[in-house]
Write a protein of this length. Sequence first.
Length: 202
Amino acid sequence: MDRQAWSTEGAPLYTYRKFHRPDNRTCPRENPVGRYATAVTSVVVPLLGVILGAAGALLGTYLSARVTKQQANDARAAALRAERKIAIEAFLEVAQHVEQAAEQRYQKGKAPQDVGSRTHQMWFRQKCIELVCSSALNQAAIDYSYRLNNLCYKQLPAGTDIWTLFKPYRNTFLEVARRELGIPSSDASSDTVASPVAYEKT
């Protein structure tokens, strides 16, 4: 059904048109709230997916970088431990040769001819200990080296077993070296550990 409004000149201004469904019920108007909700959902849901995806990627990158950093730290620690082990073994090898020179001097009254070369090598290896090891281990190496050096060049005490003069310092060095390398302490050497000030350097 159409209804028109007429102007004063007799021309229609506008027409009212009412739609009827076949069952004579008026067609309901479209709900604007539902249309807005549909529009928002179509935009927000994909946006949330993008945000969650980006957050997941960032979290994965962070965790991966953290694991990589820890692996790098572990590798550096392992490399340093290997360097320290090499330095310790090299020092002990030359210290053994100096011990032999001191023993020969004690037993035969004369040190071997290459005693100077042996002690120079010992002090060089002590400096290598200083480069890569802790200050505690370096001090133990210095104490041990001074004791051996004195036994090779200084006046030997009469009536004293030479092995009792250097063994405590060797045990001290070995004990500190074990801690440096993360090796459990040896109970056998705990009773013969020397005091750092129990020797004379001159």
